[in-house]
Design a protein around this ligand. Structure first.
Ligand SMILES: C[S@@+](CC[C@H](N)C(=O)[O-])C[C@H]1O[C@@H](n2cnc3c(N)ncnc32)[C@H](O)[C@@H]1O
Ligand code: SF4
Length: 401
């Protein structure tokens, strides 16, 4: 069936017989305070957040985008940030009602909200659940008070623990975000965080290696972080303990009990489609003959203004064939199980031969294994993911434009 879908092999475009699954991302761009390591589009909420105006803008933004996703079912919704839990449950309820009225949500639609223990309120958590949120992702980062301070977090370890306990009373589906290789962190301290995280038994855990990102305070004033060997030892400990506790390591930083993977993120990693609304949100949308990326304007004030002018999208461009190959691999090779060969054509509209030269090189360097049905990164490939991706950057479709 896939071959029949590829009628346009010699041309520059793509041909998608069927469009990939669609998710909705909603960006809430404010936080109480900017963390020194964070490069996401988040702004310190000095005083009141314009919640009502922003909710109205998001609904208008969605309405403007509807023609691009007409008739398509939405499989997951993700409220990310920033700190979405700064918003009242009433605002989230209003948004979800507006989405239900305008979109065909799949019956099992996963609806995640990112919550920060610093803005934690028991009532809000219960009311988020009543509004229809069915998955909570809590930004814990560490359970160690010294590390929380070094990370500039506004919550302490007791608040972090309490946030998890109350979340688990209200939600069956909870994720905890933690980071490792923190400033001055020892292996024993990383282990203590790991043990505490596992003790709650949440169905999903994310462990991120702290990266020093450009345009952050940590980049300007770098803290002393564990060296590569120490960080690798932490990563190994995390993998071993979580495997022993029954978690499947399904993506670079993500661990889930069997069947409890994050559907929204899985759709990103499978090069699925997503409409992103809100300040700075990114979208990737497929049409039968092209794949398009969009970015909405980043500054919240400007975003509100541009929505009122019916023009929130600041940048829109078609994804070239070379970029489609690279972007697909950049996502799908993060998955421990890799991907079925057919998925490549289904979601890029290109034949797998478009990546053949790069696949041969990756295989010969021991970074992937493949057969007629599946392509999968090896342990080496996962460890040196950047080297693996580099091969696809300069791969068959030539230099990216
Ligand atoms: C987009 S952030 C939002 C989460 C939420 N606002 C919070 O901080 O609690 C999602 C997650 O990415 C991770 N993260 C953010 N910056 C990071 C960095 N520089 N290195 C590694 N992980 C990072 C953190 O674990 C964070 O919880
Ligand atoms: S609370 Fe989360 S989104 Fe906000 S600055 Fe900190 S890490 Fe970034």
């Amino acid at each position: 069936m896939v071959a029949a879908a590829l009628t346009n092999l010699s041309g520059r475009g793509v041909h998608l017989a069927q469009l990939p699954p669609l998710s909705l991302y909603v960006h809430i761009p404010w936080c109480v305070r900017k963390c020194p390591y964070c490069d996401s589009n988040s702004h310190e909420a000095r005083g009141e957040v314009p919640e009502e105006a922003y909710v109205e803008a998001l609904v208008r933004d969605l309405e403007l985008a509807l023609p691009a996703i007409w008739g398509r079912r939405v499989y997951s919704i993700f409220f990310g940030g920033g700190t979405p839990s700064l918003f009242s449950a009433r605002a989230i309820d209003a948004l979800l009602s507006a989405f239900r009225a305008r979109l065909a949500l799949a019956p099992e639609c996963e609806i995640t909200l990112e919550a920060n223990p610093g803005t934690f309120e028991v009532e809000k958590f219960r009311d988020y659940r009543s509004a229809g949120v069915n998955r909570l992702s809590i930004g814990i980062q560490s359970f160690d008070p010294r590390h929380l301070r070094a990370l500039g977090r506004i919550h302490d370890d007791a608040e972090a623990r309490r946030a998890v306990e109350i979340a688990l009373e209200r939600f069956d589906n909870v994720n905890l975000d933690l980071m490792y290789a923190l400033p001055q962190q020892t292996l024993a301290e990383a282990d203590a965080d790991l043990r505490t995280a596992v003790s709650f038994g949440t169905p999903h855990l994310s462990f991120y290696h702290l990266t020093i990102e450009p345009n952050t305070l940590f980049h300007r004033h770098p803290p002393s972080v564990p060296d590569d060997d120490a960080a690798a030892a932490m990563q190994e400990l995390i993998e071993n303990r979580l495997a022993a506790a029954g978690y499947v390591h399904y993506e670079t930083s993500a661990y889930a009990r069997p069947g409890r993977e994050c559907r929204h993120n899985l759709n990103y990693w499978r090069f699925g489609d997503y409409l992103g609304i809100g300040a700075g949100a990114h979208s990737k949308l497929s049409f039968p003959d092209r794949i398009v990326r969009q970015m909405r304007t980043k500054q919240p004030g400007e975003y509100l203004k541009r929505v009122s002018d019916s023009a929130p999208v600041q940048d829109e461009h078609e994804v070239s064939r070379a970029d489609a190959v690279f972007e697909f691999m950049m996502n799908a090779l993060r998955l421990t199980d890799g991907f079925p060969v057919a998925l490549f054509s289904e979601h890029t509209g290109l034949p797998i031969t478009a990546a053949e030269k790069a696949l041969i090189e990756a295989e010969s360097r021991g970074l992937i294994v493949r057969d007629h049905a599946r392509i999968q990164p090896t342990e080496l490939g996962r460890r040196f993911l950047n080297d693996l991706l580099q091969i696809f950057l300069s791969g068959d479709e030539g230099k990216r434009r």
